[in-house]
Design a protein around this ligand. Structure first.
Ligand code: AMP
Ligand code: ZN
Length: 135
């Protein structure tokens, strides 16, 4: 994809702070970190999101995420790591090249995640049925 910024980073046409690379994947620092050390893992082969990536490429990304999580925690002295992926515009995806965010977390860092809700009567059962029926 010639106009994709992450393909350009993979190709070395745009600079990045690379933390890890193998044949299928690349990990580099997010340019606008939620916390210092915030890292992105991408497949080298362009795929828009989780819905388009091949099972083989996803398996490679997942293994790199696992390895980077360990390095990130050790390297930054973090007390935990959030792993997150935005898929499609309405889920907050801005860059349309699949990527997984790894964010180091520290005791008392004050970051808050999503608020939690509760299910109405019968709603959890209905949700479970709708999702499970897709397999
Ligand atoms: P998302 O909202 O999940 O699509 O996240 C895209 C992320 O890519 C954002 O956190 C950006 O800060 C990050 N980003 C955009 N351009 C670059 C770049 N050239 N190098 C590193 N990270 C980038
Ligand atoms: Zn791309």
């Amino acid at each position: 994809m010639s106009d994709c910024i992450f393909c350009k980073i993979v190709a070395g046409e745009l600079s990045s702070h690379k933390v890890y690379e193998d044949d299928e994947t690349l990990a580099f620092l997010d340019i606008h970190p939620v916390q210092p050390g915030h890292t992105l893992v991408v497949p080298k082969r362009h795929a828009k999101n989780i819905f388009e990536i091949s099972p083989e490429n996803w398996a490679s990304v997942a293994e790199t995420v696992r390895r980077v999580a360990i390095a990130l925690e050790r390297g930054t002295g973090a007390h935990g790591v959030n792993i997150m992926m935005n898929n499609r515009e309405y889920a907050g995806q801005v860059v349309e090249h699949a990527h997984v965010h790894l964010i180091p977390r520290f005791k008392g860092d004050g970051l808050t995640l999503w608020p939690h809700g509760t299910y109405k009567e019968g709603e959890a059962e209905e949700m479970k049925r709708k999702i499970a029926a897709q397999f």
